[in-house]
Design a protein around this ligand. Structure first.
Ligand SMILES: NC(=O)c1ccc[n+]([C@@H]2O[C@H](COP(=O)([O-])OP(=O)(O)OC[C@H]3O[C@@H](n4cnc5c(N)ncnc54)[C@H](O)[C@@H]3O)[C@@H](O)[C@H]2O)c1
Length: 328
């Protein structure tokens, strides 16, 4: 696989000048950054068609998919047209799925506007919709052509969404020594975004369909997903909590000090969830974990445990053993 090109937003006019763009735009981003977006799209050869009736996670649905596809077909989308997602990870997952399926697939690009989407969701070609049975259960692997970074979108990002992106940066810093050093030396967010996005891209290049190395990117996600669903906290915060919880309960590594340094450098106040609240919700958490996609078989689950910065081991652990971490 080729890998998306990660470019500065200034390159958009050059590389998409000749394209007929069909844009999926997050409503909030339209309200907050209308003027900036006008400038970004000004002077392109064709005026873009814009679907702006999209409001984040709740719209990653089949209903919204039908609405968007009908609109683009009415507006005469054709095989050579390009879809462009402008928004956070919910918008790019949705727009990417539209691009992967409309007219049997057209090319697409992304302008990510949240930290989480810049460092993570825009990279790697996973697209998806939620259905009542669960999140992202309908989708396709369909890699974007370009990801255009403009970190000035982050100026309007609410604090909790920032923490969400930082949770994923924490994960990358544990997986990669260079990113670890960058975080501790307080490198600018702009640089960190490129480092994280390129690191993810490299891993995905080696394992597009998650048969091997890509699993590393799930660090913190087994407990993280369970916490996200159980406590209704943002995705990246849940990942950070998953990493911390696992380190305290299952990992015998000497990572605690590095983890504390990273949390401090990133300004993540953690742990956010008390051991008591985890304990009280333990049966639900175990239920979510028992349904995790990463189960190796009916009774066991593969857990990723960092052994030192840049090294992670995969350990198969029985769900029974996890259950017994608390005697509820
Ligand atoms: N495809 C992948 O590899 C991948 C990876 C991680 C997450 N995801 C998906 O990404 C989604 C989460 O992404 P997210 O955290 O970006 O959520 P999101 O897209 O829902 O955005 C979060 C909130 O921020 C708002 N927002 C977006 N940009 C803003 C800005 N610049 N200023 C102010 N508000 C802004 C949105 O309207 C929304 O309310 C989930 O659906 C998850 O499944 C996908």
């Amino acid at each position: 696989m080729r890998g998306e090109e990660i470019l500065d937003i200034k390159s958009l006019k050059e590389v998409l000048y000749n394209e007929e763009l069909f844009i999926v735009l997050d409503k909030k981003v339209k309200d907050l950054h209308g003027e900036k977006l006008k400038e970004i799209f000004e002077g392109l050869k064709y005026s873009p068609v814009i679907f702006d009736n999209f409001s984040g996670e709740k719209d990653k649905s089949l209903k919204k998919y039908k609405e968007c596809v009908s609109f683009f077909l009415d507006q005469k989308i054709h095989r050579k047209a390009k879809v462009l997602a402008v928004g956070g990870g919910a918008t790019s997952d949705f727009a990417g799925f539209v691009a992967s399926s409309i007219l049997r697939g057209v090319g697409w690009s992304i302008i990510p506007t949240t930290l989480l989407s810049m460092v993570d969701a825009s990279i790697g070609g996973k697209t998806g919709l939620n259905v009542k049975e669960g999140k992202n259960l309908i989708g396709a692997f369909h890699e974007a052509d370009y990801v255009f970074i403009d970190s000035s979108f982050l100026e309007t990002l609410p604090e909790e969404e920032f923490v969400s992106g930082k949770g994923e940066i924490l994960k990358y810093a544990l997986l990669n020594k260079d990113i670890y050093n960058q975080v501790l030396s307080k490198t600018s967010f702009n640089e960190l975004i490129y480092s994280c996005a390129r690191y993810k891209q490299q891993i995905v290049k080696e394992d597009f369909k998650e048969q091997g190395k890509r699993i590393l990117l799930n660090l913190g996600h087994t407990f993280g997903h369970a916490f996200e669903l159980c406590f209704d906290i943002s995705h990246g915060r849940a990942v950070a909590e998953g990493i911390i919880f696992k380190d305290r309960t299952l990992n015998s590594s000497k990572l605690k000090e590095s983890l504390d340094l990273l949390l401090e450098a990133l300004g993540i106040k953690a742990p956010f969830l008390s051991i008591n609240s985890i304990n009280e919700n333990w049966n639900r958490i175990i239920d979510y974990i028992a349904h995790d996609k990463k189960k190796s078989n009916k009774n066991n689950i593969n857990i990723l445990l960092p052994t030192e910065i840049g090294h992670v081991k995969v350990q198969e652990i029985s769900i029974e053993k996890i259950k017994n971490l608390f005697n509820t």
